[in-house]
Design a protein around this ligand. Structure first.
Ligand code: NAD
Length: 497
């Protein structure tokens, strides 16, 4: 049964968040003792002083991860053993959902309702699903002549690094940690500097579940120092990054400038929501349109912010989406009635407001939204109409609640505008014509296409981007395991025939 606003506030008042790094099974300060503050963006209140890890701390974490990897305590443990530990992590996260969700909400400005869903449902599901895969993943035997037996086996890649964004802190941590640990890697995880607290708390739960010392290390810090040190480290075998395309590029360079480690990239997007003229324009479609844009205050990599609507439907669509958007409640993220929380930082809010101004300056019509009077970094859900494909708000990732409606004359025009972007993460198509749906889904150059509903898929389906939204790596599904595995061929010559 969900708790009340007062209950969540009471949990918040009792929290005393730990901001230490977690290296080799121990909580510790950064080697040089430096700290930075993490702040509740909805109130400006300082939540905790956090260890400011730098190269020396990354070195310590990698050394611990390497030592335990080579020792085989986890990397060569029975798969059932790793499964049991991952299932225990899932159970502990479920047990501590309220506390973790409040912590996440305070650190991010996300609504408690979203945090409860992510942490009560998605995060434990990741640990459970990958845990259950640990003893059910098989290698292959290649067809050979009678003179050989050829085994194609998978081995853990070694020490995995992960560098995370701030928009879904614990979900992103679980996306990386669960598959890495399931296959036997050790890991060094850098949460985003804006939102380090839930990953640090997760480390305690992971230790309680039985993850051996050194297998998981959490190193809070900034991108230019801790993130860069992970990217350039010569003893990290693979790194999985989620964040902006600009920083993703750097990870490719870091790899080239160091040990050619594997690089998995999940990055930005500018995803289209296409409504063809035969679509049923009903409440369900409007709900999907609104949520695809404004879920998590638009701070979502697959937010569908370019809404390409068949010209005959534009007037009705605009009226209905406006009614829906005006019903969104902005406010205290700990109130279960709140739909949209705070932007992550003052700088991010001001960047989003600059985009809104550019939309006005370039001639689009803002029909609702703009800055909010609330203290904290709030922005009202904003809708523009008369957006054209060349406008800045139609081309660049805003990562805030700014939706642009563009009329299209045909499915072909929708496909052409939708595809004309550097990104390729996600697209939604609404149509009642199954042949058209299949053809659009096959033609759109992006990693996920959802038809007649906005969805990123679920844990079983791979998630990642085409073009500058991603590398060939995928998170989620069995595909995610590949980021943390090496392939080995064992060719056994045989005289038996
Ligand atoms: P960001 O790229 O600024 O930061 C992401 C991480 O990279 C942080 O941990 C940061 O400290 C680190 N970093 C920053 N500069 C670095 C550097 N020079 N070297 C090494 N590391 C560095 O992104 P963000 O603002 O945290 O997140 C927003 C972006 O993430 C958006 O573009 C969004 O689309 C993307 N995102 C993508 C997905 C996905 O699955 N495709 C999911 C969530 C977010």
């Amino acid at each position: 049964m969900p708790l009340s606003h007062t209950d969540y506030q009471t949990i918040a008042d009792k929290l005393s968040p730990n901001g230490q790094a977690f290296i080799d099974g121990k909580f510790c300060n950064a080697a040089d003792g430096e700290k930075f503050e993490t702040i509740n963006p909805a109130t400006g209140q300082v939540l905790a002083s956090v260890a400011h890890c730098k190269e020396q701390d990354i070195d310590r974490a990698v050394a611990a991860a390497r030592r335990v990897f080579n020792a085989g305590t986890w990397s060569r443990a029975e798969p059932e053993e790793r499964k049991d530990v991952l299932l225990k992590i899932a159970a502990l996260v479920r047990e501590h959902t309220d506390e973790l969700a409040v912590l996440e909400s305070l650190d991010t400005g996300k609504t408690i309702t979203d945090c409860l869903h992510e942490i009560g449902t998605e995060v434990p599901a990741f640990f459970q699903w990958y845990g259950e895969l640990a003893d059910k993943t098989f290698g292959k035997i290649a067809p050979t002549g009678p003179g050989a037996l050829a085994l194609i086996t998978k081995e853990p890649a070694g020490v995995a690094g992960a560098v995370l964004p701030w928009n879904f802190p614990l979900v992103m941590a679980a996306w990386k940690i669960a598959p890495a640990l399931a296959v036997g890697c050790s890991a060094v995880i850098k949460p985003a500097e804006q939102t380090p607290l839930s990953a640090i708390r997760l480390a305690e739960l992971m230790q309680q579940a039985g993850v051996p010392d050194g297998v998981i290390n959490i190193v809070p810090g900034f991108g230019e120092t801790a993130g860069r040190a992970i990217g350039l480290h010569n003893d990290i075998d693979t790194v999985s990054f989620t964040g902006s395309t600009e920083v993703g590029r750097m990870f490719m360079r870091y790899s080239g400038d160091s040990n050619l480690k594997g690089v998995g990239l999940e990055m930005g997007g500018k995803s289209p929501f296409i409504v063809l003229k035969d679509a049923a324009l009903n409440d369900d479609l409007i709900e999907h349109a609104a949520m695809s844009a404004f879920w998590n205050g638009g701070q979502n990599c697959s937010a569908n912010m370019r809404q390409l609507i068949a010209a005959p439907l534009v007037e009705e669509f605009t009226g209905r989406i406006l009614d829906r958007v005006k019903a969104f409640q902005l406010g205290d993220p700990l109130n279960p009635k709140t739909d949209i929380g705070s932007m992550i930082t003052r700088e991010h809010k001001s960047m989003v407001l600059d985009y809104i101004q550019s939309g006005v300056d370039e001639g689009a019509r803002m029909v609702t939204g703009g800055a909010s009077e609330l203290p904290g970094h709030f922005i009202k859900p904003t809708v523009f109409r008369n957006v054209t494909p060349d406008m800045k708000i139609a081309r660049e990732e805003i990562f805030g609640p700014v939706l642009g409606i563009m009329p299209v004359q045909s499915a072909e025009e929708a496909l052409s505008i939708a595809s004309d972007t550097l990104y390729g993460l996600h697209a939604t198509v609404f149509t009642q014509d199954i042949d058209r749906a299949i053809s659009m889904a096959r033609s759109l150059p992006c990693g996920t296409v959802s038809v007649n509903g906005f969805s990123e898929g679920d844990i079983k389906t791979p998630f990642g981007g085409y073009k500058q939204s991603g590398s060939l790596a995928r998170d989620n599904g069995t595909e995610a395991l590949e980021q943390y595995l090496q392939t080995k061929t064992i060719w056994i010559q045989s005289k038996v025939g």
